[in-house]
Design a protein around this ligand. Structure first.
Ligand code: NAD
Length: 366
Protein backbone atom coordinates (compact mmCIF):
# COMPACT_ATOMS: atom_id res chain seq x y z
CA UNK A 1 0.00 0.00 0.00
CA UNK A 2 2.77 2.48 0.88
CA UNK A 3 4.24 2.05 -2.60
CA UNK A 4 0.86 2.78 -4.09
CA UNK A 5 0.39 6.03 -2.20
CA UNK A 6 3.95 7.09 -2.88
CA UNK A 7 3.81 10.83 -3.50
CA UNK A 8 0.72 11.37 -1.33
CA UNK A 9 1.05 12.86 2.15
CA UNK A 10 -1.88 11.14 3.82
CA UNK A 11 -4.75 8.80 3.03
CA UNK A 12 -7.61 8.38 5.49
CA UNK A 13 -10.09 5.51 5.36
CA UNK A 14 -13.41 6.51 6.96
CA UNK A 15 -15.76 3.80 8.19
CA UNK A 16 -19.00 4.49 10.08
CA UNK A 17 -21.23 1.37 10.35
CA UNK A 18 -24.11 3.37 11.93
CA UNK A 19 -24.67 5.49 8.83
CA UNK A 20 -23.12 3.11 6.28
CA UNK A 21 -20.39 5.66 5.44
CA UNK A 22 -17.38 4.24 3.65
CA UNK A 23 -15.16 7.00 2.36
CA UNK A 24 -11.53 7.71 1.51
CA UNK A 25 -9.88 11.09 1.85
CA UNK A 26 -6.56 11.57 0.05
CA UNK A 27 -4.24 14.49 0.73
CA UNK A 28 -1.68 14.69 -2.04
CA UNK A 29 0.35 17.80 -1.31
CA UNK A 30 0.02 20.73 1.10
CA UNK A 31 2.97 22.84 -0.08
CA UNK A 32 0.65 25.67 -1.10
CA UNK A 33 -1.77 25.34 1.82
CA UNK A 34 -4.35 22.91 3.23
CA UNK A 35 -5.62 20.38 0.71
CA UNK A 36 -8.79 21.27 -1.20
CA UNK A 37 -10.90 19.01 -3.36
CA UNK A 38 -14.48 17.94 -3.90
CA UNK A 39 -16.12 14.81 -2.53
CA UNK A 40 -17.40 12.37 -5.15
CA UNK A 41 -20.04 9.71 -4.42
CA UNK A 42 -20.09 6.65 -6.68
CA UNK A 43 -21.03 2.98 -6.41
CA UNK A 44 -17.42 1.88 -7.03
CA UNK A 45 -17.09 -1.78 -7.98
CA UNK A 46 -14.33 -2.27 -5.42
CA UNK A 47 -12.36 -0.43 -2.74
CA UNK A 48 -9.38 -0.70 -5.09
CA UNK A 49 -11.22 1.23 -7.78
CA UNK A 50 -12.14 3.94 -5.23
CA UNK A 51 -8.52 4.21 -4.04
CA UNK A 52 -7.32 4.54 -7.62
CA UNK A 53 -9.82 7.32 -8.30
CA UNK A 54 -9.13 9.33 -5.15
CA UNK A 55 -5.33 9.12 -5.57
CA UNK A 56 -5.51 10.27 -9.20
CA UNK A 57 -8.01 13.07 -8.53
CA UNK A 58 -6.21 14.44 -5.46
CA UNK A 59 -2.92 14.65 -7.39
CA UNK A 60 -4.74 16.52 -10.16
CA UNK A 61 -5.97 19.03 -7.57
CA UNK A 62 -2.39 19.87 -6.54
CA UNK A 63 -1.69 20.92 -10.13
CA UNK A 64 -4.99 22.72 -10.54
CA UNK A 65 -4.47 24.75 -7.34
CA UNK A 66 -0.90 25.60 -8.34
CA UNK A 67 -2.02 26.75 -11.79
CA UNK A 68 -4.87 28.85 -10.39
CA UNK A 69 -2.48 30.41 -7.84
CA UNK A 70 -4.74 29.70 -4.87
CA UNK A 71 -3.37 29.05 -1.37
CA UNK A 72 -4.48 25.43 -1.27
CA UNK A 73 -2.91 22.08 -1.95
CA UNK A 74 -4.36 19.00 -3.60
CA UNK A 75 -6.84 16.65 -1.99
CA UNK A 76 -10.01 14.76 -2.81
CA UNK A 77 -12.56 12.51 -1.13
CA UNK A 78 -14.69 9.66 -2.43
CA UNK A 79 -17.71 8.09 -0.78
CA UNK A 80 -18.34 4.52 -1.83
CA UNK A 81 -22.10 4.35 -2.37
CA UNK A 82 -24.97 4.93 -4.76
CA UNK A 83 -26.03 8.60 -4.64
CA UNK A 84 -29.58 7.57 -5.60
CA UNK A 85 -29.98 5.08 -2.72
CA UNK A 86 -27.33 5.60 -0.06
CA UNK A 87 -27.22 9.33 0.70
CA UNK A 88 -28.62 10.62 3.98
CA UNK A 89 -28.12 13.65 6.23
CA UNK A 90 -26.55 11.37 8.87
CA UNK A 91 -24.05 9.95 6.37
CA UNK A 92 -22.85 13.45 5.45
CA UNK A 93 -22.65 14.45 9.12
CA UNK A 94 -20.47 11.41 9.77
CA UNK A 95 -18.33 12.39 6.77
CA UNK A 96 -18.07 15.92 8.24
CA UNK A 97 -16.73 14.45 11.49
CA UNK A 98 -13.94 12.66 9.62
CA UNK A 99 -13.07 15.90 7.79
CA UNK A 100 -12.98 17.69 11.15
CA UNK A 101 -10.62 15.03 12.52
CA UNK A 102 -8.02 16.31 10.02
CA UNK A 103 -7.92 19.62 11.91
CA UNK A 104 -7.97 21.94 8.90
CA UNK A 105 -5.64 19.94 6.65
CA UNK A 106 -8.49 19.20 4.19
CA UNK A 107 -11.34 21.31 2.79
CA UNK A 108 -14.07 19.81 0.65
CA UNK A 109 -17.44 20.32 -1.03
CA UNK A 110 -19.58 19.00 -3.87
CA UNK A 111 -18.39 16.92 -6.84
CA UNK A 112 -19.96 14.22 -9.04
CA UNK A 113 -22.80 12.48 -7.20
CA UNK A 114 -23.03 14.98 -4.34
CA UNK A 115 -24.90 18.29 -4.05
CA UNK A 116 -24.27 21.54 -2.15
CA UNK A 117 -27.19 20.59 0.14
CA UNK A 118 -25.39 17.39 1.24
CA UNK A 119 -22.62 19.57 2.60
CA UNK A 120 -25.02 21.69 4.61
CA UNK A 121 -25.25 18.55 6.83
CA UNK A 122 -21.47 18.12 6.89
CA UNK A 123 -21.16 21.80 7.83
CA UNK A 124 -22.80 21.00 11.19
CA UNK A 125 -19.68 18.98 12.08
CA UNK A 126 -16.87 20.98 10.49
CA UNK A 127 -16.10 24.40 9.08
CA UNK A 128 -13.81 22.90 6.43
CA UNK A 129 -16.57 22.92 3.82
CA UNK A 130 -16.80 25.12 0.70
CA UNK A 131 -19.43 25.65 -1.99
CA UNK A 132 -22.56 25.40 0.18
CA UNK A 133 -25.62 27.43 -0.94
CA UNK A 134 -25.41 31.19 -0.51
CA UNK A 135 -27.93 31.18 2.36
CA UNK A 136 -25.40 29.09 4.33
CA UNK A 137 -22.53 31.46 3.58
CA UNK A 138 -21.30 29.85 0.36
CA UNK A 139 -20.35 31.74 -2.79
CA UNK A 140 -23.15 30.46 -5.06
CA UNK A 141 -23.12 29.12 -8.62
CA UNK A 142 -19.52 28.22 -9.48
CA UNK A 143 -20.35 27.73 -13.17
CA UNK A 144 -20.35 31.53 -13.62
CA UNK A 145 -16.58 31.97 -13.04
CA UNK A 146 -15.93 28.63 -14.76
CA UNK A 147 -17.64 29.93 -17.93
CA UNK A 148 -15.70 33.22 -17.59
CA UNK A 149 -12.47 31.22 -17.44
CA UNK A 150 -13.39 29.34 -20.64
CA UNK A 151 -14.05 32.67 -22.37
CA UNK A 152 -10.62 33.97 -21.26
CA UNK A 153 -9.15 30.71 -22.56
CA UNK A 154 -10.85 31.28 -25.92
CA UNK A 155 -9.57 34.87 -26.09
CA UNK A 156 -5.96 33.82 -25.35
CA UNK A 157 -6.21 31.05 -27.95
CA UNK A 158 -7.68 33.39 -30.57
CA UNK A 159 -4.81 35.74 -29.87
CA UNK A 160 -2.33 32.98 -30.72
CA UNK A 161 -4.32 31.87 -33.78
CA UNK A 162 -5.42 35.20 -35.21
CA UNK A 163 -3.42 37.89 -33.39
CA UNK A 164 -6.51 39.26 -31.60
CA UNK A 165 -8.67 38.37 -28.58
CA UNK A 166 -11.81 39.05 -30.57
CA UNK A 167 -14.35 36.22 -30.19
CA UNK A 168 -16.61 37.43 -33.00
CA UNK A 169 -16.66 36.30 -36.61
CA UNK A 170 -15.44 32.78 -35.74
CA UNK A 171 -17.23 29.45 -35.52
CA UNK A 172 -17.20 27.37 -32.32
CA UNK A 173 -18.42 23.78 -31.88
CA UNK A 174 -19.85 23.30 -28.39
CA UNK A 175 -20.46 19.88 -26.84
CA UNK A 176 -22.79 20.21 -23.84
CA UNK A 177 -25.06 23.17 -23.08
CA UNK A 178 -25.35 22.70 -19.34
CA UNK A 179 -24.41 25.16 -16.62
CA UNK A 180 -21.06 26.10 -18.18
CA UNK A 181 -21.63 25.39 -21.89
CA UNK A 182 -24.83 27.42 -22.07
CA UNK A 183 -23.20 30.52 -20.55
CA UNK A 184 -20.25 30.26 -22.95
CA UNK A 185 -22.60 29.78 -25.92
CA UNK A 186 -24.74 32.75 -24.95
CA UNK A 187 -21.74 35.09 -24.69
CA UNK A 188 -20.31 33.89 -28.01
CA UNK A 189 -23.65 34.51 -29.74
CA UNK A 190 -23.87 37.98 -28.20
CA UNK A 191 -20.42 38.72 -29.59
CA UNK A 192 -21.47 37.65 -33.09
CA UNK A 193 -19.90 34.19 -33.29
CA UNK A 194 -21.53 31.24 -35.07
CA UNK A 195 -22.05 27.97 -33.25
CA UNK A 196 -22.41 24.28 -33.92
CA UNK A 197 -23.97 22.75 -30.80
CA UNK A 198 -24.91 19.36 -29.49
CA UNK A 199 -26.49 18.09 -26.26
CA UNK A 200 -28.30 14.90 -25.34
CA UNK A 201 -30.87 17.02 -23.53
CA UNK A 202 -33.42 18.48 -25.96
CA UNK A 203 -34.50 21.23 -23.59
CA UNK A 204 -30.88 22.50 -23.48
CA UNK A 205 -30.91 22.72 -27.30
CA UNK A 206 -34.27 24.49 -27.36
CA UNK A 207 -33.07 26.99 -24.76
CA UNK A 208 -30.06 28.09 -26.83
CA UNK A 209 -32.10 28.27 -30.06
CA UNK A 210 -34.65 30.51 -28.30
CA UNK A 211 -31.86 32.60 -26.84
CA UNK A 212 -30.15 32.99 -30.24
CA UNK A 213 -33.15 34.85 -31.66
CA UNK A 214 -32.27 38.49 -31.73
CA UNK A 215 -28.56 37.85 -31.05
CA UNK A 216 -25.91 38.35 -33.72
CA UNK A 217 -24.62 34.79 -34.19
CA UNK A 218 -26.25 31.70 -35.71
CA UNK A 219 -26.79 28.27 -34.16
CA UNK A 220 -26.63 24.99 -36.04
CA UNK A 221 -27.59 21.84 -34.14
CA UNK A 222 -25.76 18.57 -34.86
CA UNK A 223 -26.33 15.06 -33.53
CA UNK A 224 -23.95 13.21 -31.19
CA UNK A 225 -20.54 12.44 -32.68
CA UNK A 226 -21.05 14.80 -35.65
CA UNK A 227 -19.74 17.57 -33.39
CA UNK A 228 -16.17 16.23 -33.81
CA UNK A 229 -16.08 16.71 -37.59
CA UNK A 230 -17.81 20.07 -38.14
CA UNK A 231 -15.72 22.80 -39.82
CA UNK A 232 -15.39 25.11 -36.80
CA UNK A 233 -12.44 27.23 -35.63
CA UNK A 234 -12.46 25.99 -32.04
CA UNK A 235 -13.95 22.89 -30.38
CA UNK A 236 -15.41 23.72 -26.94
CA UNK A 237 -16.01 20.50 -24.94
CA UNK A 238 -18.31 21.24 -21.97
CA UNK A 239 -19.74 17.81 -21.20
CA UNK A 240 -17.66 14.63 -21.07
CA UNK A 241 -14.09 13.58 -20.30
CA UNK A 242 -11.97 11.38 -22.58
CA UNK A 243 -13.36 12.97 -25.75
CA UNK A 244 -9.91 13.70 -27.17
CA UNK A 245 -8.84 10.26 -28.30
CA UNK A 246 -7.52 8.38 -31.36
CA UNK A 247 -10.91 8.39 -33.09
CA UNK A 248 -11.90 12.01 -32.47
CA UNK A 249 -8.46 13.50 -33.25
CA UNK A 250 -8.77 11.87 -36.66
CA UNK A 251 -12.07 13.67 -37.26
CA UNK A 252 -11.30 17.12 -35.82
CA UNK A 253 -11.10 19.95 -38.36
CA UNK A 254 -10.70 22.72 -35.78
CA UNK A 255 -7.59 24.78 -35.06
CA UNK A 256 -7.95 24.55 -31.26
CA UNK A 257 -9.67 22.78 -28.35
CA UNK A 258 -10.71 25.00 -25.40
CA UNK A 259 -13.42 23.86 -23.00
CA UNK A 260 -14.49 23.22 -19.42
CA UNK A 261 -14.88 19.42 -19.45
CA UNK A 262 -12.60 17.66 -16.97
CA UNK A 263 -10.00 15.15 -18.21
CA UNK A 264 -10.54 15.85 -21.90
CA UNK A 265 -7.48 13.85 -23.02
CA UNK A 266 -8.19 10.13 -22.89
CA UNK A 267 -4.47 9.58 -22.31
CA UNK A 268 -1.58 12.04 -21.82
CA UNK A 269 -0.18 11.15 -25.25
CA UNK A 270 -3.30 12.58 -26.91
CA UNK A 271 -1.98 16.06 -26.04
CA UNK A 272 1.06 15.24 -28.19
CA UNK A 273 -1.13 13.87 -31.01
CA UNK A 274 -3.11 17.14 -31.08
CA UNK A 275 0.15 19.08 -31.29
CA UNK A 276 1.35 16.87 -34.18
CA UNK A 277 -1.89 17.63 -36.02
CA UNK A 278 -1.33 21.36 -35.49
CA UNK A 279 -4.30 21.74 -33.12
CA UNK A 280 -3.75 23.98 -30.09
CA UNK A 281 -4.97 22.38 -26.85
CA UNK A 282 -5.81 24.60 -23.87
CA UNK A 283 -5.18 22.24 -20.90
CA UNK A 284 -8.56 21.67 -19.23
CA UNK A 285 -7.44 22.19 -15.64
CA UNK A 286 -6.04 25.62 -16.53
CA UNK A 287 -9.15 26.76 -18.39
CA UNK A 288 -11.82 25.39 -16.02
CA UNK A 289 -10.31 26.72 -12.75
CA UNK A 290 -12.89 29.51 -12.28
CA UNK A 291 -15.06 27.35 -9.98
CA UNK A 292 -12.03 26.38 -7.88
CA UNK A 293 -11.00 30.04 -7.65
CA UNK A 294 -14.48 30.86 -6.36
CA UNK A 295 -14.66 28.18 -3.65
CA UNK A 296 -11.10 28.80 -2.48
CA UNK A 297 -11.95 32.50 -2.16
CA UNK A 298 -14.66 31.66 0.39
CA UNK A 299 -12.04 31.57 3.13
CA UNK A 300 -11.76 35.35 2.81
CA UNK A 301 -15.60 35.61 2.80
CA UNK A 302 -17.21 35.43 -0.67
CA UNK A 303 -16.56 38.33 -3.04
CA UNK A 304 -17.64 37.97 -6.68
CA UNK A 305 -15.57 40.89 -8.01
CA UNK A 306 -12.37 39.44 -6.51
CA UNK A 307 -13.16 36.02 -7.97
CA UNK A 308 -13.73 37.36 -11.47
CA UNK A 309 -10.54 39.44 -11.29
CA UNK A 310 -8.57 36.33 -10.34
CA UNK A 311 -10.28 34.26 -13.04
CA UNK A 312 -8.98 36.79 -15.58
CA UNK A 313 -5.44 35.58 -14.79
CA UNK A 314 -6.31 32.35 -16.67
CA UNK A 315 -5.64 34.38 -19.84
CA UNK A 316 -2.03 35.20 -18.84
CA UNK A 317 -1.33 31.72 -17.47
CA UNK A 318 -2.47 30.16 -20.72
CA UNK A 319 -0.39 32.59 -22.80
CA UNK A 320 2.70 31.64 -20.78
CA UNK A 321 1.95 27.94 -21.24
CA UNK A 322 1.50 28.40 -25.01
CA UNK A 323 4.72 30.38 -25.25
CA UNK A 324 6.79 27.76 -23.36
CA UNK A 325 5.24 24.96 -25.41
CA UNK A 326 6.30 26.79 -28.57
CA UNK A 327 9.81 27.64 -27.36
CA UNK A 328 10.54 24.12 -26.10
CA UNK A 329 8.60 22.22 -28.79
CA UNK A 330 6.60 20.36 -26.16
CA UNK A 331 2.84 19.82 -26.02
CA UNK A 332 0.74 22.38 -24.17
CA UNK A 333 -0.26 19.61 -21.71
CA UNK A 334 3.42 19.03 -20.86
CA UNK A 335 4.02 22.78 -20.70
CA UNK A 336 1.12 23.17 -18.22
CA UNK A 337 2.51 20.42 -15.98
CA UNK A 338 5.92 22.05 -16.08
CA UNK A 339 4.36 25.44 -15.20
CA UNK A 340 2.72 23.90 -12.10
CA UNK A 341 5.84 22.01 -11.04
CA UNK A 342 7.85 25.24 -11.26
CA UNK A 343 5.31 27.04 -9.06
CA UNK A 344 5.41 24.23 -6.50
CA UNK A 345 9.21 24.10 -6.46
CA UNK A 346 9.50 27.88 -6.03
CA UNK A 347 7.04 27.80 -3.13
CA UNK A 348 8.83 24.83 -1.50
CA UNK A 349 12.05 26.84 -1.56
CA UNK A 350 10.27 29.84 -0.04
CA UNK A 351 8.69 27.69 2.67
CA UNK A 352 11.96 26.05 3.60
CA UNK A 353 13.64 29.48 3.67
CA UNK A 354 11.00 30.78 6.07
CA UNK A 355 11.06 27.74 8.29
CA UNK A 356 14.86 27.90 8.34
CA UNK A 357 14.66 31.57 9.46
CA UNK A 358 12.05 30.68 12.07
CA UNK A 359 14.28 27.93 13.40
CA UNK A 360 17.25 30.32 13.58
CA UNK A 361 15.16 32.78 15.58
CA UNK A 362 13.99 30.02 17.89
CA UNK A 363 17.58 28.89 18.44
CA UNK A 364 18.67 32.42 19.39
CA UNK A 365 15.89 32.75 21.92
CA UNK A 366 16.51 29.36 23.44
P1 NAD B 1 -23.83 20.11 -16.50
O1 NAD B 1 -24.19 18.76 -15.99
O2 NAD B 1 -24.61 21.29 -16.05
O3 NAD B 1 -23.85 20.13 -18.10
C1 NAD B 1 -23.38 19.09 -18.91
C2 NAD B 1 -24.20 19.09 -20.18
O4 NAD B 1 -23.64 18.14 -21.06
C3 NAD B 1 -25.67 18.72 -19.94
O5 NAD B 1 -26.53 19.63 -20.60
C4 NAD B 1 -25.76 17.32 -20.55
O6 NAD B 1 -27.05 17.04 -21.07
C5 NAD B 1 -24.71 17.39 -21.63
N1 NAD B 1 -24.20 16.10 -22.08
C6 NAD B 1 -23.98 14.99 -21.34
N2 NAD B 1 -23.54 13.99 -22.13
C7 NAD B 1 -23.45 14.50 -23.37
C8 NAD B 1 -23.07 13.96 -24.64
N3 NAD B 1 -22.69 12.68 -24.79
N4 NAD B 1 -23.11 14.78 -25.74
C9 NAD B 1 -23.53 16.05 -25.62
N5 NAD B 1 -23.92 16.61 -24.45
C10 NAD B 1 -23.88 15.84 -23.35
O7 NAD B 1 -22.29 20.28 -16.15
P2 NAD B 1 -21.46 21.64 -16.09
O8 NAD B 1 -21.41 22.12 -14.71
O9 NAD B 1 -21.89 22.53 -17.19
O10 NAD B 1 -19.99 21.08 -16.41
C11 NAD B 1 -19.61 20.74 -17.73
C12 NAD B 1 -18.21 20.13 -17.71
O11 NAD B 1 -17.30 21.07 -17.12
C13 NAD B 1 -18.10 18.85 -16.85
O12 NAD B 1 -17.12 18.02 -17.42
C14 NAD B 1 -17.61 19.38 -15.51
O13 NAD B 1 -16.91 18.39 -14.79
C15 NAD B 1 -16.67 20.48 -15.98
N6 NAD B 1 -16.45 21.51 -14.95
C16 NAD B 1 -17.51 22.22 -14.45
C17 NAD B 1 -17.28 23.19 -13.48
C18 NAD B 1 -18.41 24.01 -12.91
O14 NAD B 1 -18.14 25.00 -12.21
N7 NAD B 1 -19.66 23.68 -13.16
C19 NAD B 1 -15.97 23.44 -13.03
C20 NAD B 1 -14.92 22.71 -13.58
C21 NAD B 1 -15.17 21.74 -14.54
Amino acid sequence: MFERINGHEQVLFCNDPDTGLKAIIAIHNTTLGPALGGCRMRPYNSTDEAIEDVLRLSKGMTYKCAAADVDFGGGKAVIIGDPLKDRSPELFRAFGQFVESLSGRFYTGTDMGTTPDDFVHALKETNCIVGVPEEYGGSGDSSIPTAEGVLYGLKATNNVLYGSDDLSGKTYSIQGLGKVGYKVAEKLLEDGADLYVTDINESAIKRIIDQAEGLKGNVRVVEGNEIYSVPADVFVPCALGGIINDETIEQLKVKAVVGSANNQLLRDEHGKFLQEKGIIYAPDYIVNAGGLIQVSDELYSPNKARVLAKTKAIYDTLMEIYQKSNEQSISTAESANQFCNDRLTKRMKRNSFFSHKKRQKWNVRN
